[in-house]
Design a protein around this ligand. Structure first.
Ligand code: MN
Length: 499
């Protein structure tokens, strides 16, 4: 993709300054990745541009997409984060840094005790700026689109991780567009047989209902215009393959019981128009009892708003109609990203934790803010501990560090490599001879920083901990283990020294 092609993907018009930033990031990243190839055989840089294009399409602007262009530069090229900072400033550099840190987040498939919900929360909590999460989702989406190039076992791990971690996060953030595609792509690799089955069935259904849909669209448009309602857009949509399969399974694979295989979306300018349009739909087509859902007055937890109704269409077939305003439509497709379309960028933490006063928030933002707060409450209900984790002072109390394999170690602030080693395993703790943080040798009393990869150097001959470590360790767990080991080795007697 060329720079000019990339420009065409932006949902928002770009001014000269924004174009300039994108162009600079484009050239900079292109030069940094020069000569690198992906497993698909394409230039590595294509991946960066595709990632930026996905974000442009959901309404993100120049800084986020510039960071997307640069997102793999520090990790995969000789160019450092500091060089990016010098050239592009703190905001873009911090976004790139955040993505690099999140890149270390890997799910090990062999761990049965993985708590998925916790991992989703850790992932979100680690990204201080929600734009980092959005870039990561776009990065993953492009990797999923090109997953065929990887060996089967890798494909399966990535597809599983996508379904369990990334798609639910996209859903939480209300980005239906990305969530749907991530789910379908992972379904394709995790359950190819059912994927093909559902896809074929869906295509067949759509062909059969196409006539019905076309007539309904024509009749509805006439009805709305005849009642002086402006129609911003009206179109048919088919269900996503994975969601269709889940519903099919729920209804004993009986496709005639899935009512929303095909739905018609009616987009009208104002909320009042939505209710008026609903009346017109019901006057024209008989509604099914109990199938009217007003998500405008009662939005879904992820912020989704629309009115849904299911009716007997012009040919007597059941069809779902979804009515919404353009803004609701953008929010349904792009979720949290939509607020960049309607406002200037602020971090999600600001929104959730009221970092600025209510009068600073434009009136139309309030709904979204409310949704995020409700989401926060929802998290709190099922997990007190992680509720704590999502509080604003989170990073003052906790840090996450990684093993070289990508496992996450949760530590208190000021934790040292000794704490890390014991958190991994007490055997590793006692054999510690040194440590590396992000590849550089550090002292054992080094203060680990959030997101660092810590490698513990061990020796088989080094069987017992050093007495000084009790002072160095910050966690009571590590201290306890060190004392127990010292006692066992007869180095330290039963009494506990006061530190
Ligand atoms: Mn990438």
């Amino acid at each position: 993709m060329t720079l000019d092609e990339l420009y065409t993907h932006y949902k928002n018009p770009l001014n000269a300054r924004q174009k300039q930033l994108i162009a600079e990031a484009f050239e900079f990243a292109k030069a940094a990745h020069a000569g690198q190839k992906r497993k698909t055989g394409e230039d590595y840089f294509d991946h960066s541009v595709e990632t930026a294009a996905i974000l442009a399409e959901i309404g993100m602007r120049s800084k986020t997409t510039a960071a997307a262009l640069l997102h793999d530069v520090p990790e995969d090229t000789k160019v450092t984060l500091e060089e990016i900072r010098k050239k592009f400033g703190d905001e873009t550099a911090n976004l790139v840094d955040g993505i690099t840190k999140l890149g270390k987040f890997k799910l090990r498939g062999d761990k049965k005790e993985i708590q998925l919900e916790n991992l989703r929360k850790i992932f979100l909590a680690m990204a201080e700026d929600i734009r980092v999460v959005l870039i990561k989702l776009a990065d993953r989406l492009h990797n999923m689109r090109t997953l065929h190039a990887l060996p089967p076992d890798k494909r399966e791990r990535i597809a599983w991780e996508t379904r369990e971690i990334f798609a639910p996060i996209a859903n939480r953030l209300g980005i239906g567009e990305i969530k749907g595609e991530l789910e379908d792509l992972s379904f394709r690799y995790l359950d190819p047989k059912n994927y093909e089955l559902a896809k074929d069935l869906l295509n067949k259904e759509f062909r059969e209902r196409k006539k019905d849909v076309d007539i309904t669209i024509k009749e509805l448009r006439e009805g709305l215009v005849g009642n002086n309602i402006k129609v911003t857009d009206i179109h048919g949509r088919t269900k996503q393959i994975y969601r269709f399969f889940l519903k099919l399974k729920k209804h004993d694979m009986d496709v005639s019981r899935v009512y929303d295989v095909v739905a018609i979306r009616v987009i009208v300018p104002e909320i009042a128009d939505c209710y008026e349009a609903l009346g017109i739909v019901h006057k024209k087509y008989r509604p099914l009892v109990g199938r009217i859902k007003d998500y405008i007055s009662l939005p879904k937890p992820n912020g989704y708003r629309s009115i849904h109704t299911t009716v007997f269409g012009p040919l007597g077939k059941i069809i779902e109609i979804q009515i919404r305003t353009p803004r609701m439509h953008d929010e349904a497709e792009f979720g949290i990203a939509a607020h960049w379309i309607y406002s200037s960028a602020k971090t999600w933490r600001d929104y959730i934790f009221r970092r600025y006063s209510p009068e600073e928030i434009p009136q139309q933002e309030l709904q979204w803010v409310k949704q995020l707060r409700e989401w926060q409450k929802e998290l709190g209900a099922d997990d007190q501990e992680f509720m704590q984790g999502l509080r604003i002072d989170f990073f003052q109390n906790h840090i996450f560090a990684f093993t070289p394999k990508g496992d996450i170690i949760n530590l208190p602030e000021d934790a040292t490599p000794i704490d890390f080693a014991y958190a991994v395993h007490s055997e590793i703790g006692s054999r510690t001879t040194g440590a590396k943080a992000d590849g550089k040798l550090v002292a054992l009393d080094y203060k680990i920083k959030n997101g660092q990869v810590i490698e513990i150097l061990t020796s088989k001959d080094h069987k017992n901990p050093n007495q000084d470590w009790i002072r160095i360790a910050r966690t009571s767990y590590a201290r306890g283990r060190i004392r127990a080991q010292l006692r066992k080795a007869g180095i330290m007697v039963g009494t506990v020294r006061k530190e």
